[in-house]
Design a protein around this ligand. Structure first.
Ligand SMILES: [Zn+2]
Length: 350
């Protein structure tokens, strides 16, 4: 049976704009002629709703057995296989300066509506979450959206609150939720899981899964998309795909999303390998209390620390690793507001 994408005028399919910005090389400095670095495609200045619409217009194949559903919420589309199965939601751009999730959402949309990746059962909801922050190319326009998914309804009618409420409605029916992110500093990709459910940790193709220990930390993450979806019974994951501007982060975001769809049986499994990530548990979160914080050196996420090793100094005090552990998500302290985390420490559990 042929199906049409809801809300799309097929007569306009010829006026297609380029869907996804290409990678470009730019000189590192005006005077440099040999040293060039790859910059990540920027989505700033783009309407993500128009971007997703153009992808559907250009890639939609009427012979493909899926229903492409344009949702009432802008920058959100749902692909329905027509067969029973899990409802998967995949968010990119909750933070507007993290292009990997935006790329992955756009590429998944293109593959699913064109039939390049056949959807065999269930549905996939694809959404670019914080359109405003993406447009401005910033992490957030005011509040951190990934702390706004609390159970109470926001009554504020400004964009960020309205948008969060709309996204919460989309998550209500999700069985599996994946939120795609990247980090300011170089990092190995990992899944951040706000609990320690062994059944959900196993069989994921990613080097590390990081879980939380203390209830204090749980409180800090109560407003994430992951915790919101989880409170509604979904399996939910926050995936950190590498550094914002590392081109590998976008490929990782795409591949890990496809791997989840394979794992859950929505798309053909192919030759998928059984994943066995190393599992770490965070036991310490250091937050910014003063401007006088300095790391001993630029740490990389998942760098191993020996007990007693100096991490940095804060207000004249020396901060050391209380036990053999790993440092996770070290930030740039000078750029963080008071109260924001500066790093986590974690130990490996079996
Ligand atoms: Zn993020």
């Amino acid at each position: 049976m042929r199906k049409s994408p809801t809300g799309l005028d097929q007569t306009h399919r010829t006026s297609v704009t380029p869907a996804i910005p290409a990678l470009s090389s730019t000189p590192q400095s005006e005077s440099s002629t040999t040293s060039r670095r790859i910059t990540f495609p920027s989505y700033s200045g783009l309407s993500t709703d128009a971007l997703m619409r153009s992808i559907v217009q250009s890639a939609f194949d009427p012979e493909v057995q899926v229903e492409v559903e344009r949702l009432w919420t802008p920058s959100a589309w749902r692909i329905n296989s027509g067969n029973p199965g899990p409802a998967v939601s995949i968010f990119g751009g909750v933070h507007g300066n993290e292009p990997c999730g935006i790329y992955a959402v756009c590429e998944l949309l293109r593959r699913l509506v064109s039939g390049a990746m056949p959807l065999e059962c269930g549905s996939v909801l694809l959404c670019i979450a914080n359109e405003q922050a993406v447009f401005h190319g910033v992490r957030a326009t005011g509040l951190n959206m990934n702390r706004m998914f609390e159970d109470e309804r926001h009554v504020d009618t400004s964009y960020l609150f309205r948008r969060t409420e709309a996204l919460k409605s989309l998550l209500e029916d999700s069985d599996i939720h994946i939120d795609l992110h990247s980090t300011s500093q170089p990092s190995t990709p990992f899944i951040f899981l706000e609990h320690e459910n062994r059944a959900e940790i196993s069989n994921i193709n990613i080097p590390f899964v990081v879980t939380l220990e203390s209830s204090e930390m749980h409180k800090d993450f109560a407003g994430t998309t992951q915790s919101f979806a989880r409170r509604r019974g979904a399996k939910a994951y926050t995936v950190e795909n590498g550094q914002h501007e590392d081109p590998r982060s976008r490929e990782h975001a795409l591949q890990v999303s496809i791997d989840f769809l394979k794992r859950e049986g929505l798309v053909p499994n192919g030759d998928r390998q059984i994943g066995s990530p190393r599992v770490l548990k965070q036991f310490l979160m250091h937050t910014k209390q003063t401007d006088d914080f300095h790391f001993r050196k630029p740490f990389r996420s998942f760098e191993h620390l020996k007990q007693g090793e100096i991490i940095g100094t804060e207000g004249g005090e020396i901060l050391i690793a209380p036990q053999d552990c790993y440092i996770i998500l070290p930030t740039m302290p000078e750029k963080e507001p008071y109260g924001a985390y500066l790093y986590f420490l974690a130990v490996e559990i079996d």
